[in-house]
Design a protein around this ligand. Sequence first.
Ligand code: TRP
Length: 329
Amino acid sequence: METVLSGIRPTGNLHLGNYYGAVRSFVKMQYEYNCFFFIADWHSLTTHPTPENIQNSARTILAEYLACGLDPEKATIYVQSDVPETIELYLYLNMNTYIGELGRVTTFKEKARQQPDNVNAGLFTYPTLMAADILQHRATKVPVGKDQEQNMEMARKCARRFNNIYKTELFPEPQNFYFAKEAVKVPGLDGSGKMGKSDGNCIYLCDEPKVIRKKVMKAVTDLGPQTPNSPKPEVIQNLFNFMKIVSAEDTYNYFDEKWNDCTLRYGDMKKQLAEDVVAVIQPIQERINEFATNQQLLDNIARMGAEKARESAAATLREVRKIIGFRVY
Ligand code: TRP
């Protein structure tokens, strides 16, 4: 079975866009592949050297992913900093990675511009840490967005170069794994085509029903249908697209007909939409809250994940040490 690995940036709470875009695909993948999912808390030090309450934010994210259906019995779910083996591989990979190529990585250049007083070596070697994350489990598929393509190219380079230098075939080259065909794009509530946390247009899985209702009622609309069967303007199409994702087909068709015969009242549509969003989120939210009140359970799950991840990483590292010529204990 192929190994899939995905790193999760520990920034902020999950929103509905994350849920339909990636998290549901992860849940499905865990039944089809040998999956590793981890929270990249070390990576966050490259930009935030003194994170406030880093343990709590890792716990929160873990709780949200588990509440969405990630299963610690199926997938290996862990926190990056719980697996010290990664650092040793990171060191070896750094020895064969050149400053020229690291300096050409656009995310590095961007971050260096954004934080000119903190252009640290960790930031510079972000791609080799990411390569170590991937190669330590000899993962072959990595679900990533477009913004990670260059980092993935570096990970493949690390694998190839190690194999070449030491005349081995230890590392498979990890491939970008696009699940765009399954991913569903959730529109933003501000009329934009995409829900994203930077846009302040999103509904979080931890939003309480009354917050959800308020947000949905505020969604951007227009004057309403003017002539029968007219095409929908973009903001309205977005609202319908949203409904298609969370509501029943009949509900969607009902409001679509209302649009076509010019009797649609957006207030009614949004009320229905809000209830359907609440119905999707509420059970997830209940599970998030269960974890929030049971930190022990969450810690046990993280510990179990770390054990499995360390075992997998240690097996690779033993090979690496043998290949380079270091003592193997
Ligand atoms: N760089 C990734 C991001 O910003 C997070 C990440 C770290 C990652 N290590 C990884 C993703 C390994 C995939 C595999 O989203």
